[in-house]
Design a protein around this ligand. Structure first.
Ligand code: ADP
Ligand code: MG
Length: 320
């Protein structure tokens, strides 16, 4: 099993044994590994710096600096980092998030019930509120590929139990510990963890809660940038919510220029029949997040106060 580490990154041994690759980008690979000292799984993001520009290397340093400050149940925890002895690679040691990407769950189940979508969105919103308000960081790359989840173990239900649950509720059914998605084998999504701070940006000094830069000398556009940037994450969250509910993204075009044009005007629609069964509250929340004018767009607090988010009585009440 340790052949990966033996051949490619021998210096990770004996502490870390690579098990399998779970992700891949232009300059990085993410592996599931086992930490022989802490006796737990870890995710190791291995960044190849050999062909990187100074700017790209600085971006890695920024990603590490930002991740080091974060401690929140809905954000992937960075444990440690180090450079390889030859400095070719940078290793980020992180909490391993077992379920993988929400993206793959959308592919697998086509779309999520409103309850399950709410369960996901509220947790991402809590992570964003912490990032924006406590740390002063905007993520800037919120998408289903960067939302990981911890699965909840559950007892598969019998056919009768599933039918009974369906008769009691139009929606997908719920259990105490989490929410079911009906499907082959079923699946439950527990805690959501926001990953990938590669594009994130610092806006605030977390200790002084002031904009980065010298106070009193800061230009108004920097102060404006603060609320503008936060709203970028809210728009992305709107795209995620739209996608969770119907199974396809609000904006799409094979031509990147046309796509950019559609996004800039927020040109999308609630396509029937996919959207016909979705509640008007969900519709309303999506519209308020996908507002083209950043000043009129919902903030995280407005989202968390929205009737659709507060309509969670089904979540605490088990259906069976
Ligand atoms: P990139 O900048 O290449 O997008 P990410 O940090 O998003 O890098 O990681 C790429 C992929 O690797 C993720 O989309 C996810 O599938 C997987 N991954 C990243 N971090 C973890 C983790 N802590 N636990 C489990 N899988 C992870
Ligand atoms: Mg990513």
């Amino acid at each position: 099993l340790n052949s990966v580490s033996d051949s490619l990154y021998p210096e990770l041994l004996p502490r870390y044994v690579l098990e399998k690759k779970v992700g891949e980008g232009a300059f990085s690979e993410v592996y599931k590994a086992f930490d022989n000292i802490k006796k737990q799984n870890v995710a190791i993001k291995i960044i190849d710096k050999t062909n990187m520009t100074i700017q790209q290397i600085n971006a890695i340093l920024k990603e590490i600096a930002i991740m080091s400050k974060l401690k929140h149940p809905n954000i992937v925890q960075l444990y440690n980092y180090k450079n390889s002895t030859d400095s070719k690679y940078c290793f980020l040691f992180m909490e391993f998030v077992e379920g993988g990407e929400i993206f793959n769950q959308i592919i697998k189940y086509t779309y999520f019930s409103e309850d399950l979508s709410r369960h996901v969105i509220v947790q991402v919103a809590n992570a964003l509120r912490y990032l924006h308000e406590e740390i002063g960081v905007v993520h800037r790359d919120i998408k289903p590929e960067n939302l990981l989840f911890v699965p909840i173990p559950f007892k598969p239900r019998t056919k009768e139990e599933q039918l009974k649950a369906r008769r009691q509720s139009d929606d997908d059914t719920k259990i105490d510990e989490g929410i079911f998605i009906e499907g082959v084998g079923g699946a439950t999504i527990g805690t959501i963890k926001v990953a990938d701070f590669g594009l994130s940006k610092v806006l605030w000094n977390s200790n002084t809660r002031t904009p980065v830069g010298t106070q009193g000398y800061t230009a108004p556009e920097i102060l404006r940038d603060e609320s503008y940037s936060k709203s970028v994450d809210c728009f992305s969250l709107g795209c995620v919510l739209y996608t969770l509910l119907c199974g396809f993204p609000p904006f799409y075009d094979t031509d990147p220029k046309v796509l950019a044009e559609k996004v800039s005007k927020s040109e999308y629609c609630f396509l029937s029949p996919w959207w016909s069964e979705i509640s008007k509250e969900a519709n309303d929340l999506v519209s308020n997040l996908l507002t083209a004018d950043a000043n009129k767009r919902f903030t995280i607090d407005e989202l968390l106060q929205h009737p659709w988010v507060l309509k969670n009585e089904n979540f605490t009440k088990p259906a069976l």
